[in-house]
Write a protein that binds this ligand. Structure first.
Ligand code: ADP
Ligand code: MG
Length: 319
C-alpha cells in the first residue's frame, strides 16, 4: 500500500502539463497562482459524501469525473473559464485500484478544459471528496442569479430529469431508466462552453443541482421577479417522457437534482446573438417559459396554471 506522499506523487502530481499562470503547483505548503490583470477569479467548492451524494458501489473512474464535473458546473453557471482546482480526499484505505480509476476520471475531464490540479489534502476516514475549482472571468462579466427581468425568456440546456431517472434506475426503482439516464447521473457534462457563450447575453444563470424548480426559484428570489413555465415545453428525453407517462410522476423533471444543466434567462433581443454563438456547437437549449413581475413560480399544464412549490433536495429539511 502506498504511503500518503507516495500516493500524492503517484496519482495526483504532474498528471497534466502545468499552466503558464501557475507559479507553483503541488508539493509546497501553498500553490501560487498569478491570474492576468483585468480578470476576476470565480471560486467554488463542493463536497461529495459516500452514501449521500453517490452510491458506494459507483465506478471510481465515473466518480472522479463527477467530483470535478459538479464543480465545473458552478464555473459554467457564472460564465467562468476553468483554470485551477484543489482536491481534499478522505479515504478509508489507500486502495490503488480505486485511486487509479478515480484519478483517471478526474484528470480526463480536467485535461479537456485546461484545468490544473495545484494542491489538496489527503486524510483517512469515511470516503468523502472535496473539490475546489477556480476559474477566470473578465472583470464585471459574471453571470449572476440576480439579473432576470420581466419579459426575459427562461431557458434550460439539455433535458431535465435524466439524472433523476438514472438514480431510480441504480436504486432499481424504475424499469424506464436507460443507459442515457445512468450516464446523466454518473457522467454529467459541465456546460462550460454554454456559460462562456452566455457572457454579456444572459440576464441571470444557475446550474441545476437541486432540481429545476428549486434552482429557478433561487434566480427568481435573487432577481425579485416571478416566472411562468410551460410543462409541454420541457425538453424531456425519450426515457423520461416514457417514465412520466407510465408512472404519473410528472414532477420528476422539475424536482430531481443532479442534472448539472444550466437554467438561464435571456432578454428577447439577445436570442439571435446567442443562437449564432451556439450554431455548430451541438449544445441544445430550449425556452420553457418567461419571467413575470409577480413573484412566485407558476406552471402551465393541461391549460391550467398551478402555483408551483416543487421541493428539491435539502440536506437539513425543517419538516
Ligand atoms: P501540508 O501538511 O503542508 O498541508 P500536505 O502534506 O497535506 O501539506 O500536502 C503536501 C503537498 O501535496 C501540498 O502541496 C498539497 O497541496 C498536496 N496534496 C496533498 N493531497 C493532495 C491531493 N489529494 N491532490 C493534490 N495535491 C495534494
Ligand atoms: Mg504545510
Amino acid at each position: 500500500m502506498p504511503g500518503e506522499f507516495d500516493l500524492i506523487r503517484r496519482f495526483f502530481s504532474d498528471r497534466l502539463p502545468p499552466r503558464r499562470d501557475t507559479r507553483l503547483g503541488v508539493g509546497d505548503d501553498c500553490a501560487l497562482l498569478r491570474p492576468p490583470a483585468g480578470m476576476d477569479i470565480a471560486l467554488s467548492v463542493d463536497t461529495l459524501v459516500s452514501g449521500v451524494h453517490f452510491l458506494p458501489t459507483v465506478d471510481p473512474d465515473r466518480l472522479g469525473h463527477k467530483a470535478l464535473a459538479v464543480n465545473l458546473s458552478d464555473l459554467a453557471a457564472m460564465g467562468a473559464e476553468p483554470a485551477w482546482a484543489t482536491l481534499a480526499l478522505t479515504l478509508p484505505e489507500a486502495d490503488e485500484v480505486w485511486l487509479a480509476g478515480f484519478s483517471e476520471g478526474f484528470f480526463r475531464l480536467a485535461s479537456r478544459f485546461g484545468l490544473e490540479l495545484v494542491g489538496g489534502d489527503t486524510t483517512r476516514g469515511p470516503l468523502s471528496l472535496t473539490v475546489q475549482v477556480m476559474g477566470m472571468l473578465p472583470q464585471g462579466k459574471a453571470l449572476r442569479r440576480s439579473g432576470a427581468r420581466p419579459g426575459d425568456g427562461v431557458y434550460v440546456s439539455g433535458s431535465p430529469g435524466r439524472a433523476g431517472l438514472g438514480l431510480k434506475g441504480r436504486l432499481k426503482a424504475s424499469i424506464w431508466a436507460d443507459a442515457d439516464s445512468i450516464d446523466a447521473l454518473e457522467l454529467p457534462e459541465p456546460r462550460i462552453n454554454l456559460g462562456l457563450a452566455l457572457r454579456g447575453l444572459a440576464s441571470a444563470c444557475i446550474d441545476i443541482s437541486d432540481g429545476l424548480a428549486q434552482d429557478l426559484g433561487h434566480v427568481l428570489t435573487a432577481s425579485q421577479v416571478g416566472a411562468r413555465i410551460d410543462y409541454d415545453q420541457l425538453p424531456l428525453s425519450p426515457a423520461v417522457h416514457q417514465y412520466v407517462t407510465a408512472s404519473g410522476d410528472w414532477a420528476l423533471p422539475l424536482s430531481a437534482g443532479d442534472d448539472y444543466e444550466l437554467c438561464f434567462t435571456l432578454p428577447p433581443h439577445k436570442v439571435a446573438e446567442l443562437e449564432s454563438r451556439l450554431s455548430g456547437s451541438g449544445l441544445s437549449i430550449t425556452q420553457i417559459g418567461h419571467i413575470e413581475p409577480e413573484p412566485g413560480l407558476r406552471l402551465l399544464k393541461h391549460h391550467d396554471i398551478h402555483p408551483l412549490e416543487v421541493a428539491g433536495y435539502d440536506h437539513f429539511p425543517t419538516h
